[in-house]
Design a protein around this ligand. Structure first.
Ligand SMILES: *Cc1c(COP(=O)(O)O)cnc(C)c1O
Length: 405
């Protein structure tokens, strides 16, 4: 299909929900994507922090192909071995007690919220319990996940949402304290806010929220869908803080593009919340996606990916600091490992577009003024160098056309 034809046909058939860039990707290899004209793109978006192992990972492809020929679905009315092995490996990586597999991040958040509600219900808290979430957070687009997403623009057209959700300021412990009461059944937040602009939680904030939850017997739910799976330089970002959640959500990089998510629970949340019949999924945890997740988890270990992320993340940090020094339009730099963000004094959209169409560099924004760097975790220094050189060229081109306008 010609690119133009592709765009027209998409416009006539696919629901217009996304304003897409005029690029049709065809295949990928390592940290590079190729469009239908064979043009190569360096990818620092990884399909929104999904392709941790990069594209065309042979070891993963082999595992998926093998399972395709064996069995890919049976339902949760029966047992399957890939799900058991994937759950054991995920549990071990998180040092948590129980796993429930979902098809997406949003569904993992839905499940986590149900764990919190059920836990409160079992304690006889009635039904007017409250959940504290954070402003500028992102937890997904289904009605439950949207209810705890601190973004008025996303929420307003779909009101009323789930009641009794209160929004605190991220990294402001007093604002959480002010909302906490005997009705609070859970606090949900990202360990590192992703869509909101790459804001890592402060150590004292996370510790303080944990302590508040402990005091009230409320559950701490950490959403690690974006920042988990090695991206922070630890398998899960909370491990860097030494603050363990009662419930954690994962997805994105868990299947390296094969759609799978999960929520994990530990201690009381694992043993005195959901019971048989309380939750379910038809596809979730089927042998095909679990064979993928199992191999992904093996490869993370075999390749010592979290260590690699630590090392290369420092290099990325240094190079972005230098770029920030050279460019007046860059006002802040945040994050760690391979989840970093640069904030600009103007909307980042034009730079993202210029980088893609002229430099063949895939970048994604987070909020309006931030570019986030969430590349495949397998990048090397040479890819960082190539990215920074292309990004700077894009920034200069946008500056030049702004000056001419
Ligand atoms: C992407 C994301 C979600 C939603 O995941 P989906 O797979 O798109 O449903 C939830 N929380 C966070 C932190 C995310 O980054």
């Amino acid at each position: 299909m010609e690119k133009q034809q592709c765009m027209e046909r998409a416009g006539q058939s696919l629901y217009h929900i996304y304003n897409r860039f005029p690029v049709v990707f065809d295949r990928g290899e390592g940290v590079y994507l190729y469009d239908t004209d064979g043009v190569q793109y360096l990818d620092f978006g990884a399909g929104i922090a999904v392709m941790g192992l990069g594209y065309g990972c042979k070891e993963l492809n082999d595992a998926v192909k093998e399972q395709v020929d064996k069995l890919y679905h049976t339902s949760n009315l029966f047992y399957n071995e890939p799900a058991i092995r994937a759950a054991e490996k995920l549990k071990a990586a998180a040092q948590m007690d129980r796993v429930f597999f979902t098809n997406s991040g949003t569904e993992a958040v839905e499940g986590a919220l149900k764990v919190a509600k059920r836990y409160a219900c079992n304690k006889g808290m009635g039904t007017d319990y409250e959940i504290i979430a954070m402003k500028h957070s992102f937890h997904g687009r289904s009605l439950g996940a949207l209810s705890v997403t601190g973004n008025d623009h996303y929420q307003e057209p779909f009101a009323p949402l789930i009641p009794n959700i209160k929004f605190a300021e991220f990294n402001d412990l007093d604002s959480v304290k002010a909302l906490f009461s005997e009705k609070t059944c859970a606090v949900i937040m990202e360990t590192i806010q992703g869509e909101g602009g790459i804001y890592p939680a402060d150590q004292e904030f996370l510790k303080g929220v944990r302590a508040l939850c402990d005091k009230q017997d409320a559950l701490l739910i950490l959403d690690e869908i974006q920042c988990g799976m090695g991206r922070s330089g630890h398998m899960f970002a909370w491990q860097k803080y030494g603050v363990k959640p009662d419930v954690m959500t994962v997805a994105k990089a868990l299947g390296n593009g094969v759609p799978i998510g999960a929520f994990l629970a530990s201690g009381k949340a694992a043993f005195s919340a959901l019971a048989p019949g309380d939750h379910g999924t038809t596809y979730g945890g089927n042998p095909l996606v679990c064979a993928a997740a199992e191999r992904v988890l093996d490869l993370f270990e075999d390749w010592k990916l979290a260590d690699h992320v630590n090392e290369i993340g420092i290099y990325l940090w240094e190079q972005l600091e230098r770029l920030k020094d050279r460019c007046d339009g860059i006002t802040a730099h945040r994050g760690c490992g391979l989840i970093q963000g640069l904030e600009f004094s103007a909307p980042a959209g034009p730079v993202v577009k210029e980088a893609l169409l002229e430099q063949h560099l895939v970048l994604i924004s987070a909020g309006s003024n931030v570019i986030r760097f969430v590349p495949p975790l397998i990048i090397e220094r040479e890819h960082v160098d190539e990215m920074v050189q292309k990004l700077e060229a894009a920034i200069r081109a946008v500056e030049k056309s702004a000056a001419e306008a």
